[in-house]
Design a protein around this ligand. Structure first.
Ligand code: CA
Length: 295
């Protein structure tokens, strides 16, 4: 697993060098923090939901399963349930924690594929964010789900798509806008399949969060239909995380969304009451008609 990423920031973004702006001012102390979070997942125009999402006081995740009807939903649900079951180590190094969680999720995929070979070939993206009590964030990322940070009115991408079209954007063969509608846009270069070598492609990044920061994790069903400025606007104008998640999901479904859509919105807040983990999408066992899953 990479200790650090060579490409931690999304190429199709407003900023590829946000690191300095993500650090608190010199000498500033960071209060104890936790997430206030909301998640929504919907089938879009598809008959079933192969996405999963997780919110908890110090952990967020989105996973987008691939590999057919059963395999895709199973893969994302296994990964997200694995994270939901994990014991939180609020004062540990969040980079180490998210790396361990990604490895455990991949191990669950490996176990189930050994038990049920019919599921071999299933895979899932995973974007997971862990928060330590002192405000350090660790991100584990593989695939083309995304994490964004809204600080003030600036939206920064925290992840880099492991996809064919992103590599074409990097090579200058496609613009970011062309990539969003390219026929290969769903072809991934890396995902969790339950294979040991998958972990080498998991990118681990870290930064310092501040109270008031707003995070968005989402599957490609959101960013594939909503322009970046629409995503930013939704996050800026929404009062609370539930309104932000509702607004993003409603905007994607109105597009309309041809794919499953999962959004997790979290505010970094000065620590409040403990929040039990909650899951949405395939991990919640929801598999309902188009637009009907508003878990
Ligand atoms: Ca998808």
């Amino acid at each position: 697993m990479n200790a650090s990423s060579t490409k931690p920031w999304n190429g199709a973004t407003e900023s590829r060098d946000p690191g300095r702006s993500l650090e608190p001012p010199d000498g500033a102390s960071t209060p104890r923090v936790a997430f206030a979070a909301a998640a929504r997942s919907a089938t879009g125009l598809r008959p079933d939901n192969q996405d999963s999402g997780l919110t908890a006081a110090t952990l967020l995740a989105v996973a987008d399963g691939v590999g057919g009807h059963v395999g895709g939903a199973t893969a994302s649900a296994l990964a997200v349930r694995s994270l939901a079951d994990a014991r939180s180590e609020a004062d540990g190094d969040p980079r180490i924690l998210v790396g361990q969680l990604a490895a455990e999720a991949n191990g669950r995929l490996s176990d189930i594929c050994a038990e049920l070979p019919v599921l071999s070939g299933m895979a899932t993206t995973l974007t997971a964010v862990a928060l330590s009590g002192d405000g350090r964030l660790g991100i584990a990322h593989i695939g083309d789900s995304r994490a964004y940070l809204l600080r003030g009115v600036q939206l920064v991408s925290l992840t880099y798509d492991h996809s064919v079209v992103q590599s074409l954007v990097d090579a200058g063969s496609l613009t970011a806008e062309q990539a969003r509608s390219h026929p290969w846009r769903a072809v991934l270069l890396a995902a969790l399949h339950g294979r040991e070598d998958d972990l080498a492609a998991v990118e681990i990044t870290a930064f310092r969060a501040l109270p008031g920061d707003r995070l968005l994790l989402c599957s490609d069903g959101l960013w594939g239909v909503l322009p970046r400025q629409s995503i930013r606007r939704c996050l800026v104008v929404a009062g609370d995380v539930k309104s932000a998640a509702d607004g993003l999901l409603d905007a994607a479904l109105a597009a309309p969304a041809p794919d499953n859509v999962t959004v997790v919105v979290a505010d970094v807040t000065e620590q409040g009451a403990a929040v039990a983990p909650a899951v949405v999408g395939a991990a919640a066992g929801s598999d309902r008609p188009p637009g009907g899953d508003r878990s």
